[in-house]
Design a binder for this molecule. Sequence first.
Ligand SMILES: [Zn+2]
Length: 302
Amino acid sequence: MKTKTIKRKKEKASITIRDFFKQFPTDQHCLEHIFTIRFGQGHACPKCERKANWYKIQAERAYSCQWCGHHLHPTVGTPFEDSRTPLQLWFYAIYLFTTSRHGVPAKELERQLGVTYKCAWRMGHEIRKHITQVDGEFPLFGQVEIDETYVGGRKPRNTGRGRGAQGKTIVFGMLERGGQIITKIVPDCSKASLYPVIQENVKQGSTVHTDEFPTYKLLKTKGYTHQVVRHGNGEYVQGSSHVNGLESFWARLKNSVKGTHIHVSKKHLGKYAKEFEFRYNSKAKPISMFPSLVSTFAKPSI
Ligand SMILES: [Zn+2]
């Protein structure tokens, strides 16, 4: 029984390119998909307030009310609003984000989609913003690893935290073993910066694993069980106390930033971290990554 489940999971690990083109053969199919998700036939018209059938208006990304002719624009409030890039290319770009393990640099989008670098860059950023919205965050509980890392800038001369961090962005991570990861950009590693983030994202009663950084000593007084691994003593795994899950997450994030994205500014690093977070959080169900990204759009404001 167990073997069967594993086999089925393997077969359906991710959506194939054939599945993609079968579901979205044209721009029209993409628009119809967005319309159905956000409105759907029978949606009450915001103008005449009657339940209506909606008819696609030719050559426009709009649908018209059967009763009063009012127009609905399904892409308003989505990453595709104000973009003249064909919707199918947008969907395909999203598809690439969900099939790549290391992130999709703008150069790659430019090459695969045949758009300008500027357009590819903008698409990447809009998609990352969208990913941030879709990747919901629930408080973590149980065995939770906490760690922070410095990304970008030049290598610090000394290894002490707080010092040598200039020009670098601090990414703070919380990882529930066997569960989800949450990352946040923090201004520094002071108590005032870290504790509100921990308390908001990790439920009290959890066992929190950290290294020996002094700021974490207070965890015990905040309703957590605290386990320390002492990197300074060359100790990386002490019983179950380690932050290896986060260490490997940091390695993947940093390699990607270094290798494929050339330079990620401080301003945008949070979105890159979220992209990796989403990929990590979806790893148990990669098949749902693409559908969830093209099925979750902000609710229309009308
Ligand atoms: Zn109407």
